[in-house]
Design a protein around this ligand. Structure first.
Ligand code: NAD
Ligand code: MG
Length: 353
């Protein structure tokens, strides 16, 4: 079992990563709670809810289930969860447990942040991608006008990451989550990046999963500890996300998973970095690894003008120009503001590769 301690401005919490955690949740609770409200989705419910419930202390419990998928991160579902929390009699000494991927984590976290002005919650992530969403304290729901527009910073009381639960994840979800781990290596550690590229996502062991998730969480922890509210270096976690988000929005969140879109964005960042800084940041190597591991890298869906327009609505855009995270070297991220012509030029050339 691995423990990573995450400091935040409100409190310090532990992320536990290992096998068998789901069966032992009681052991990791720091306090006695008056009641426990589990929020999960209808896929994870069938797989892991029973095991979790059996491992909880004998206090009053209630469960709320949302439909699996991003569309649940909305105000209607949020309001329904608040209603169910009230009806279940939750008080200020109750605990919310988020059992599932980033969608459940984000919405359950936001319910916890706002129920009676904030009660404790614990993240029990069940996707690889959720190593990213369960740490760092950002919780949110979507608005019709955009993703994560309604939310707050509200760190969990603990994160219990049971690698056993990842055995049932579809390959596409594994790929999606690993793109963020690759990103974390790219912005922090050349050797870790080289090691990751030795990995075959089709036959991961639990040991490898534990090691990679821990690595990703340590990178994220170091960054969010130094810059919780994204005033500086937390921006570097957006490597690959400027184009990634543009692609996701363009495809209306169908076809590609978040991390798969980010993978294309990572490649693009390396492509631009190599040209702009004359740096060798392993564009070809990453391209090879992504192809070998089944990432869709569809060049034909990259329309330069349309993507440029999308990239300019990115939160990081500066005075109407695209700002991207780039690499001077692996482990040395930086940001650069690019002209419209540059972006179009690079997307065109990138598409031909
Ligand atoms: P998700 O929660 O939708 O999970 C993906 C799919 O996998 C769902 O269909 C889910 O039912 C299923 N699933 C979950 N666990 C499973 C398991 N063990 N076995 C089989 N199926 C399982 O999506 P996600 O990729 O985990 O998270 C994406 C969300 O995370 C987005 O909404 C994104 O905005 C958010 N996010 C938040 C942060 C943050 O800092 N708060 C960071 C990154 C991403
Ligand atoms: Mg991301």
């Amino acid at each position: 079992m691995k423990e990573i301690v995450v400091p935040s401005s409100s409190h310090t919490y532990s992320v536990w990563i290992g096998e068998g955690l789901l069966k032992n949740v009681s052991k990791y609770l720091q306090k006695e709670y008056s009641s426990i409200f589990v929020i999960t989705d209808d896929v994870v419910e069938k797989l892991y809810l029973q095991t979790l419930l059996e491992s909880l202390p004998k206090v009053h419990k209630a469960v709320a289930v949302v439909a699996a998928g991003e569309q649940s991160k909305n105000i209607t579902t949020y309001y329904r969860l608040q209603t169910e929390a009230i009806e279940a009699g939750l008080d200020r000494n109750s605990l919310i447990i988020a059992l599932g991927g980033g969608v459940v984590g984000d919405i359950a976290g936001f319910v916890a942040a706002t129920y009676m002005r904030g009660i404790d919650y614990i993240q029990v992530p069940t996707t690889v991608l959720a190593h990213d969403s369960s740490v760092g304290g950002k919780v949110a729901i979507n608005h019709e006008q955009g993703k994560n527009l309604i939310g707050s910073f509200y760190p969990p009381a603990a994160v219990l990451y049971d690698v056993d639960t990842l055995a049932t994840l579809p390959p596409q979800e594994i790929r999606s989550g690993y793109a963020e781990i690759v990103k974390e290596a790219l912005i922090s550690d050349k050797e870790a990046f080289e090691r990751l590229l030795q990995v075959n996502l089709h036959d991961l062991t639990k040991e490898e999963l534990q090691e990679h998730l821990s690595f990703g969480i340590e990178v994220k922890t170091a960054i969010v500890t130094a810059d919780e509210k994204e005033k500086g270096e937390r921006k570097f976690l957006n490597l690959g996300h400027t184009l990634g988000h543009a692609i996701e929005t363009e495809l209306q969140y169908q076809l590609l998973k978040h991390g798969e879109a980010v993978a294309v964005g990572l490649l693009f960042s390396l492509f631009v970095s190599e040209d702009l800084f004359q740096a060798d940041v392993s564009f070809s190597k990453l391209y090879g690894w992504l192809s070998d591991n089944g990432y869709p890298l569809p060049a034909e869906m990259l329309d330069p003008e349309i993507l440029l327009k999308r990239m300019k609505t990115d939160k990081k855009a500066q005075a109407g120009k695209v700002q991207m995270v780039l690499l001077k070297d692996i482990g040395q991220p930086t940001t650069a503001v690019l002209d419209d012509e540059q972006i179009v030029h690079y997307i065109k050339r990138f598409r031909e590769r």
